[in-house]
Design a protein around this ligand. Structure first.
Ligand SMILES: [Ca+2]
Length: 343
C-alpha cells in the first residue's frame, strides 16, 4: 500500500511538472497503438491507472492544496487529511511550517554507528500527536522583527567579534534564550497559533524523517558536505566558508532544511540521560556536565563543528543562563514548532 502511494506520488509529481511547463514537454512519448477498429487497447499503464485512480485523484487534490514551497511526503498529506488541518502554513513573519505526522521511532544510535557517543542510548519514543515544524532555522530577518537591536550598530559595537554573516536569510545565532523569548513573543502576537522550541524527541524525530541511519541522507559521513554546512570539506566544496543562508541544501524527506549543520538548534529541554540509559550513557552525561557545565540541549551540529558531530543522534548541551543578548554567536540558533490548533 505504501509503495503504491509512493508510486502514485511520483506519478503526480511528473504530472505537475508537465503542467508547470505548460505541457511543452520535449521528451518523446511512445505512441499508443490502435487496433483495426481505431479504439485504444488497454495497456498495463492504463490498467495501473484505473486501479489507482481514486488514490491519484485524492493525492492530486491534496498536492494542489499544499503551497509550492512545501516539499511534503504522502504520509504528511495523509496526516493532515486525518486531522482536517493544512499540511503547511506560513505565518505573518514569513516563517514556513509543515506538518510532522505522529508516530514511533528509535531515538539514539546503534553501538556500531561511526563516531557514536555513549549518551546516544537507543530507545523507542512515541510522538503521540502531529505537530508543525519550521522548515528552516529561524533567520536573522525574522528575529530582528522581535528585537531590532539584534545586528544593530550598537550591538556590533559591543561585540569584540561581530558575526560576519548578517544577511536577512542567515540563521539567527541567539541560543536557547533568544529562541524562547522569540517564541513567547510570537505566540502573543499570533492569536491563532502557539510556538515553542522543540523537545529533543521532536527534534530528532523530525530530523530523521523515518530514517535510522547516522544522517537523514544515509550512513556514510564522507559526503556530509553535499548535504550539510559543516566545518571542513563543505568550506571548499559548497562556497560557504562560514554560516550559510538557510535552505541552500536539499531538505530531508519531510521538507525540513538544514536539520544537520549550519547552526546547532536549541531544544526546550535540559540535557539528561535518556530513560533506561545504561551506565556508559550516564558516565558520558556526567562528564559533559563536568567539563562544559552544559544544561540545555542543542542538536544537529553547526557550520564550525566537524562533520562527525553532524549526525541525527548527536547530543550536546550549552549554558542557557543570562540574557540572550549576552550569548550571541556560538553557532546555536533555533527553529520553532507549533502544536495543532485546538478545535
Ligand atoms: Ca541546523
Amino acid at each position: 500500500m505504501i509503495l503504491n502511494r509512493v508510486a502514485v506520488a511520483v506519478f503526480l509529481l511528473a504530472l505537475l511538472c508537465v503542467a508547470a511547463c505548460g505541457g511543452d514537454d520535449p521528451t518523446p512519448r511512445p505512441e499508443k497503438a490502435t487496433n483495426e477498429s481505431g479504439s485504444e487497447p488497454s495497456s498495463a499503464w492504463d490498467e495501473w491507472y484505473e486501479r489507482n485512480k481514486a488514490d491519484i485523484e485524492e493525492l492530486k487534490s491534496a498536492l494542489k492544496s499544499a503551497p509550492p514551497w512545501a516539499k511534503v511526503a504522502p504520509e504528511q498529506i495523509a496526516e493532515a487529511k486525518k486531522h482536517g488541518v493544512p499540511v503547511a502554513f506560513e505565518n505573518e513573519l514569513g516563517m514556513r511550517f509543515v506538518l510532522i505526522p505522529a508516530g514511533k521511532f528509535l531515538m539514539g544510535s546503534p553501538k556500531d554507528e561511526e563516531h557514536r557517543d555513549t549518551d546516544e542510548f537507543l530507545h523507542e519514543v512515541t510522538i503521540p500527536q502531529p505537530f508543525y515544524a519550521q522548515i528552516t532555522e529561524a533567520t536573522k530577518g525574522q528575529f530582528r522583527q522581535f528585537d531590532d537591536w539584534y545586528q544593530s550598530d550598537e550591538m556590533r559595537a559591543l561585540l569584540r567579534r561581530p558575526p560576519p554573516h548578517d544577511g536577512e536569510d542567515h540563521p539567527a545565532q541567539v541560543g536557547h534564550l533568544g529562541g524562547r523569548h522569540f517564541a513567547a513573543w510570537l505566540t502573543l502576537r499570533d492569536k491563532a497559533r502557539a510556538y515553542r522550541l522543540p523537545t529533543e524527541e521532536e527534534w530528532e524525530y523530525a530530523c530523521r524523517a523515518g530514517t535510522k541511519t547516522a544522517h537523514w541522507w544515509g550512513k556514510s559521513g564522507r559526503d556530509v558536505w553535499r548535504h550539510a554546512n559543516t566545518r571542513g570539506p563543505s568550506d571548499r566544496h559548497d562556497g560557504h566558508s562560514g554560516l550559510a543562508p538557510v535552505a541552500q541544501y536539499t531538505p530531508n524527506a519531510w521538507g525540513l532544511y538544514d536539520m544537520l549543520g549550519n547552526v546547532s538548534e536549541a531544544c526546550s529541554v535540559l540535557y539528561r540521560p535518556y530513560p533506561g540509559a545504561d551506565d556508559e550513557a550516564r558516565e558520558r552525561h556526567d562528564d559533559l556536565m563536568r567539563r562544559f557545565g552544559g544544561y540545555a540541549v542543542v542538536r544537529g551540529g553547526s557550520w564550525h563543528d566537524a562533520a562527525m558531530f553532524t549526525r541525527s543522534a548527536f547530543r550536546f548541551a550549552r549554558r542557557a543562563q543570562g540574557g540572550y543578548r549576552r550569548v550571541f554567536g556560538g553557532g546555536v540558533g533555533f527553529r520553532l514548532v507549533s502544536p495543532l490548533p485546538e478545535k
